[in-house]
Design a binder for this molecule. Sequence first.
Ligand code: SAM
Ligand code: CA
Length: 274
Amino acid sequence: MYMNIHFIFLQSQIISHYKAKEVTNPKEEKMAESKENQASMHQEVGHKSLLQSDALYQYILETSVYPREPEAMKELREITAKHPWNIMTTSADEGQFLNMLLKLINAKNTMEIGVYTGYSLLATALALPDDGKILAMDINRENYELGLPVIEKAGVAHKIDFRVGPALPVLDQMIEDGKYHGSFDFIFVDADKDNYINYHKRLVDLVKVGGVIGYDNTLWNGSVAAPPDAPMRKYIRYYRDFVLELNKALAADPRIEICQLPVGDGITLCRRTT
Ligand code: SAM
Ligand code: CA
């Protein structure tokens, strides 16, 4: 009932866009695009960072991220890079950020919505204490199983309770049950953007006071600041309105403090205050 048909359609859009890119000469494509769209194209950026300098982003990765990336995360990143949907993975710098954040807040009981091959999940699992827990949800088990051997080898699989299926009914069940209210230290949301508002309604109850919810991709490839008539990929345009609505709703929500960071594709941290 909650299965998101748009997501499947748009996922195929993302994939076909990137497949199409593979067979095009990127230089020619860039030149054609810049001639056609110079005036109106929003500043579309690489999907791994919103920094306006690729060289600066590369500097961060090479100086501070890759040298400190745990071996298991490197292995999972390399496996994921070969997967056709690899555009969806969390970037290495964001993985490092999540890992650090979880340690800073001493997170123990966490949730992740949107696992894919598990890069952010592994960043989380490595940060939690040995008796830490992650309730991880995704509609796709196959991709999770691609990364699972690496997670097992890293000795952190026992922290993960993976549930296949849409997340919303699971959240509803937990709300109804009652015992999960205020029980999560950290929740990472990185799934169907058109459901983020629905997730937020439930997650504010499930996260503890002082706990943090992180909504990923809240800058949505920079499109949130583009003029409405700027040319955009179909999936960017489709989800853009949902991301704009979410950003407004989070900024107006008196139950949380927020901080929107330009890490990866933008992450908004929400700290529950009441
Ligand atoms: N956090 C992941 C990582 O680090 O690689 C990336 C997640 S990817 C951007 C989004 C994921 O959300 C996909 O794997 C997709 O199957 C999942 N998803 C989409 N709709 C969902 C839903 N309703 N419930 C749970 N997961 C969903
Ligand atoms: Ca993401």
